[in-house]
Structure formats: C-alpha cells, structure tokens
Design a protein around this ligand. Structure first.
Ligand code: ADP
Length: 230
C-alpha cells in the first residue's frame, strides 16, 4: 500500500510497519528546513510559517516522526534527530524477523544418495540443500560446490550418501524465526555462505534443531525489492 513520500525514499507499509527510502514531499522538506533553521519548533510555529492549519500538518509530522527523522519533546517541540535515511533503512531491517520472510526448507535425509540430492537441487531450484537425520533434525548443509566437488572425485554418485559431501553439525550457521533480518544478513556475510537453515529447538529438548525454514541471499534481495517497491 502506498503510504507517503520521504527523502530519498518512498515510505510504504511493508511487513506491517512503515519503511522509508527516497524523496520527501516538498512540504516535508520544508518542515525539516524550518526545524533545522530554528533548532526546534512547535507544531503551531511550523504551521504558521507554512500558513497551514495544525491539522493539515499533522500527517506530514507523523510521517517524519515515524521515519525517525524528526523527534518531539514536550515544551520543546519538534527537533531533527540527525538520522539519515540510511539509518532508517537499517532500523527497518532490524525490525523485520527472519520468520516473516523465510522460504520453505528443501531438505533431504543424510542417507540420500548424492545423485538424488543433485536431482533434488535441480527440481527444487535451490543452491543449498538442508540435510536432516531420521528425526527430521538438522545434520548438515550441502552447497552447489560441495556437489561439484563430489562429482569431480569420480565416485559413484548413486552409491555415495550426501552426508559425505555436506558440511555437518556443529559447524552449521543457523538462524531463527525470531532473529532479525539484519542479524541473519550479518551471519551470511561473516561466514561467506549463501543460505542459513532456519531452526527451532526440537520439542524433545535434546539439543537437536528442528528445521523450519531456509533464509538465503534470495530472501534478502526480495526484502530489498519489496522495500523499494520493485
Ligand atoms: P557454494 O559452495 O556453492 O559457493 P556456499 O558459499 O553457500 O555455496 O557454501 C560454501 C561452503 O560453506 C560449502 O562447503 C557449504 O557446505 C558450506 N555452507 C553453506 N551454508 C552453510 C551454513 N549455513 N553453515 C555452515 N556451512 C555452510
């Protein structure tokens, strides 16, 4: 839903909250200019300078506050927070949870043959397979290059289980439905991987991790596409 225009950002309703990015409306820019010039200004003062009623000004003030560009204090009025639109985007990413944007997990059993695992990658159109044990809990992860490496070794792909090619627990970097997208993106960058299994502790409390989703670079691209209205 179109929501409003902000500086360098279009503010929209995404994931249930306001998100900023490009171009403020002329009036919003004027409001920021007035507040910048006087250090701080009350709604009444801003309205007088713009020759508008305070009611007419209210939506713009609300948007600027929601975007984090304006703050307000009793008896002081509105002031500039000093935040840049980029801070606002960071704040938004810090607000979206992995569980809101994750994809369904594509999993195979650890005893699945390498051949079948590669076919699953093709059919399901994913670059990372999540490998689970008999109990459905996380055992490992196999990437495209893991598969290539195994293929190049010349072994019989029908006889070798995917388990021999995967990176295994406890070396798997995971994320959680309640983790922020910002934190998950940091993990992807720091560990130089394409995807993270989204997990929850298993109901049996064994320390094993139930796989509930998949969070990949594609999910990150989708978030940006939605935020920018692509
Ligand atoms: P590719 O190897 O196809 O470039 P990645 O960069 O995702 O794909 O994987 C690099 C290596 O890291 C692979 O050996 C893979 O098994 C491993 N890997 C991928 N994802 C994870 C993860 N979430 N946690 C730990 N290791 C991972």
């Amino acid at each position: 839903m179109y929501f409003a225009k902000l500086p360098g950002v279009t503010i929209k309703r995404h994931f249930g909250r306001a998100v900023s990015s490009i171009e403020l409306s002329k009036r919003q820019e004027k409001i920021l200019e007035i507040v910048r010039e006087s250090g701080h200004a009350t709604g009444r003062q801003i309205a007088a300078k713009l020759e508008l009623s305070r009611a007419a000004l209210r939506p713009d003030l609300a948007i600027l506050m929601m975007a984090g560009l304006l703050g307000a204090r009793p008896r002081v009025g509105y002031f500039l927070t000093g935040k840049q639109p980029s801070d606002v985007v960071a704040a938004v990413l810090g607000n979206i949870k992995v569980g809101e944007v994750q994809s369904r997990p594509v999993v195979v059993r650890d005893n699945c043959s390498l051949y079948d695992a590669i076919v699953t990658m093709f059919i399901q159109n994913v670059g990372t397979l999540i490998i689970v044990g008999e109990d459905g809990c996380l055992e490992g992860v196999a990437s495209r290059k893991d598969m290539l490496k195994a293929t190049m070794s010349g072994s019989d792909l029908n006889r070798m289980p995917v388990g021999v090619a995967m990176t295994r627990m406890p070396n798997i970097i995971v994320t959680y439905p309640q983790e922020t997208v910002e934190r998950a993106v940091q993990k992807i960058i720091n560990h130089e991987v394409d995807a993270l299994p989204v997990v929850e502790p298993s109901a049996e409390n064994t320390g094993r991790l139930k796989v509930v989703g998949r969070f990949s670079k594609t999910n990150v691209c989708r978030v940006f596409a939605q935020l920018t209205g692509l």
